[in-house]
Design a protein around this ligand. Structure first.
Ligand SMILES: [Zn+2]
Length: 257
């Protein structure tokens, strides 16, 4: 960076300082844009896309697979997770749980129980924060902590879903550099807005097709109370719909080999 001229008292020349700052504006703008643009791109989950180029982010699996992945975010939760696990057992479904690092450290026994029952574990980050308002360094440290939490419990994650489904450019690049595969969803229960399990199941059914990745929650931690209960109540309905459409519920590993 060029030297800013100073007066005899050592004060920077105000005109030159303003010019130097003005020259930095496009650079700062480019950095912010690179950080934010993929967040806009993730709106593609409502469009015809299934992935960003270079496998930076996936929204769904193969359309001809007849497989579907049910996924649960925000746990493990001492209230919701055990009930969801029992309901999945009743339906004979194996799912994928995107757990938070801070919750995994608080409830390692539940993490173990999820794995023991044959489900897959992914990471949802360490803290549940919007990456849009966090620095790339914060995101890097958060993902590292989350991966470390899972690895120390003997379950190093392969799959990563950023909080609120809002990865930034930094999020996608960092996750990939660390060796995690970022995945969002193509169908969701919208439990936070649904009046009951029927609405959750109907919301899922609207986008339930071969290769779908379905977002549900086994915790109320980051939404209105009752979210996981609505997801729990919807599970038999979703399972029936899967059977009706001859779709097979599988883990993320099995959906995206
Ligand atoms: Zn979440």
């Amino acid at each position: 960076m060029e030297e800013i001229p100073r007066d005899h008292a050592g004060r920077p020349d105000p005109v030159a300082a303003r010019r130097a700052c003005a020259r930095l504006v496009p650079v700062a703008g480019a950095v912010v844009a690179a950080h934010w643009v993929p967040s806009v791109a993730v709106l593609g989950q409502w469009g015809p896309f299934s992935s960003l180029p270079g496998e930076l982010c996936r929204w769904q699996g193969p359309r001809d697979s007849a497989r579907v992945a049910l996924t649960f975010d925000d746990g493990p939760d001492p209230e919701g997770t055990p009930r969801v696990l029992d309901a999945l057992d009743e339906q004979g479904i194996r799912a994928t749980f995107f757990v938070l690092g801070e919750h995994a450290r608080a409830h390692p026994d539940l993490v173990e129980e999820v794995a023991r029952r044959g489900h897959q574990l992914g990471t949802h980050g360490d803290q549940h924060a919007h990456h849009l308002v966090r620095s790339p360094l914060w995101v890097y440290q958060d993902i590292l902590r989350a991966r470390g939490a899972m690895a120390s419990l003997g379950h190093p994650p392969r799959w990563y879903r950023p909080a609120y489904g809002q990865p930034t450019g930094s999020t996608l690049a960092i996750a990939r550099a660390i060796g995690l595969r970022t995945v969002l969803w193509s169908a969701w229960g919208r439990e936070w807005a649904a009046a009951g399990p029927g609405e959750v199941a109907a919301s899922v059914a609207r986008r339930l097709r071969s290769g779908a990745i379905v977002l549900l929650h086994d915790s109320d931690c980051f939404g209105p109370r009752g979210m996981w209960r609505r997801a729990l109540g919807a599970l038999p309905l979703v399972a029936a719909e899967l059977r009706r459409r001859s779709l097979v519920p599988v883990t993320m590993d099995e959906l995206l080999v």
